[in-house]
Design a protein around this ligand. Structure first.
Ligand code: THU
Length: 145
């Protein structure tokens, strides 16, 4: 069962609303830049994340990683994660930062879609496998035995 169709305007619009729902619970008193993310799994379940800042600025957690950790601790299988949407109240698109891209490579399947929205709901669609050149992943590590 596929619960998200990347070619469906309706599914994309719903994902945008879900990201904005997550954005509304952002904790961003320092930057005032709210970010929301939502992962949809093969069962149709949704896993939300928002950015969570800290007075010790470097401890800030991005919305995408919050959503990925949310899916992970709810025991969603890697291959069952179909899409991650990201929306922000930035002036530009909600491009995922480098740290989030590396975590995407670890926790999401390479085919998983990434839908990056701007404030108006316009979007770009990538897949995890396209999100950085020369991906470093577990397959690069030496055997442990
Ligand atoms: N932020 C995210 O949530 N995701 C990203 O990929 C980039 C940045 C957040 C972190 C911080 O709370 C705010 O945006 C400004 O950098």
């Amino acid at each position: 069962m596929r619960t998200f169709d990347v070619n469906s305007k309706k599914d994309i619009q719903e994902l945008f609303l879900d990201c904005k729902k997550a954005l509304d619970i952002s904790y961003s008193p320092y930057s005032q830049n709210r970010v929301g993310a939502c992962i949809i799994s093969a069962t149709g379940a949704k896993y939300y994340g928002s950015n969570i800042e800290n007075a010790s600025y470097g401890l800030t957690m991005c919305a995408e990683r919050t959503a990925m950790f949310n899916a992970r601790i709810n025991n969603v299988k890697k291959e069952d994660q179909l899409v991650i949407g990201i929306a922000a109240d930035f002036n530009s698109y909600a491009w995922p930062c480098g740290a989030c891209r590396q975590v995407m490579v670890e926790l999401l399947p390479l085919e998983c879609h990434i839908v990056i929205f701007n404030k108006e709901g316009e979007y770009k669609i990538w897949q995890v496998k396209d999100c950085m050149p020369g991906i470093f992943s577990s397959s690069d590590l030496k055997e442990k035995n």
